[in-house]
Design a binder for this molecule. Structure first.
Ligand SMILES: [Zn+2]
Length: 299
């Protein structure tokens, strides 16, 4: 699998969070300074807490429209020793550059393929996953559909996984349908932010279709308290879905960081997983979610 420091053996991936951001700018759209992560030294310090807690790898999904910085990610990986798998493509409607409206679907696909196979621009630093590919609301706009289809075509060429942003509703199923129309096997797709809509029918349908159900908002209390997330997760595991579950914390704001009083990149490992164990989830089931499933989807 491909990291910002080059190819690594799948066994080296270890404990992995599959939806994170280290440097990201949504501030240019939201007008909230909290939504700007632009300090490499702080990113290093915060990521070292994840490493100290036993973490090995993260998937960094800052892509088009969010000010992705491959060189900085490379430096952060070198300084921390944490593997970083970088995303590509474009985020969601309001964040799209104007060119999305006039470039062809195949042209957008070509750019993602180049990011995955040759490197971003002339950096030589390659993306390792397609996404996060999002929709803004509970329906897919024409521009968002175009990016989704381009993501599908980039996947068909490269075999790299597609990771989706779908919040607060079941729109992830509509995204899956478009990917399926383009010939993508849902087994290679992650439906992200599935824990922003704690609806068992939604999660079961993602499972039935064969995609990964990603609980990536752990510790994000403004969406749901962790207690509700935990309850929902335990139910999914009890139903036998553990092989399709991924866990992460989607850090993307200053107030998410330990430095600013937030829960940090280590929250999953130091706080949430012990609670899962207390709730009866076994070591083996945890290993499947944070080691084996990431290895499968990122390979
Ligand atoms: Zn994200």
């Amino acid at each position: 699998m491909m990291t910002v420091l080059g190819e690594i053996k799948p066994e080296k991936l270890g404990i992995t969070m599959t939806h994170e951001h280290l440097l990201i700018d949504t501030y240019w759209i939201t007008d909230r300074v909290d939504d700007l992560l632009n300090d490499e030294d702080i990113a290093v310090e915060e990521l070292l807490l994840f490493k100290k807690a036993g973490g090995d790898s993260i998937v960094e999904l800052t892509n088009g429209g969010l000010k992705r910085n491959p060189q900085a990610l490379k430096r952060i990986s070198e300084r921390t020793g944490v593997n970083i798998i970088m995303g590509c493509g474009w985020y969601r409607g309001p964040y799209y550059p104007e060119e999305i409206t006039y470039r062809s679907t195949d042209d957008l696909a070509q750019e993602m393929i180049a990011d995955l196979t040759e490197g971003v621009e002339d950096s030589g630093i390659k993306a390792g996953i397609i996404g996060e590919i999002g929709v803004n609301l509970d329906y897919i706009t024409p521009a968002e559909e175009r990016v989704l289809r381009a993501a599908a075509r980039a996947h068909n060429q490269t075999g790299k996984a597609v990771t989706l942003h779908a919040e607060y509703c079941s729109v992830g199923l509509d995204q899956l349908k478009i990917l399926e129309e383009e010939g993508v096997d849902p087994e290679r797709v992650i439906v992200g932010h599935a824990d922003s809509f704690l609806n068992l029918n939604y999660h079961e349908e993602i499972y039935r279709r064969g995609a990964f159900i990603q609980f990536d908002g752990i510790g994000r209390d403004h969406i749901y308290p962790d207690g509700m997330r935990l309850k929902s997760l335990v139910e999914l595991i009890k139903r036998g879905y553990v092989e399709k579950i991924l866990l992460s914390t989607d850090r993307c704001r200053r107030s998410d960081l330990r430095l600013y009083g937030g829960k940090g990149y280590d929250h999953l490992l130091v706080e949430f997983i012990p609670k899962l164990k207390e709730a009866g989830i076994t070591e083996r089931e945890i290993e499947i979610m944070i080691v084996e499933n990431p290895k499968i989807i990122l390979s």
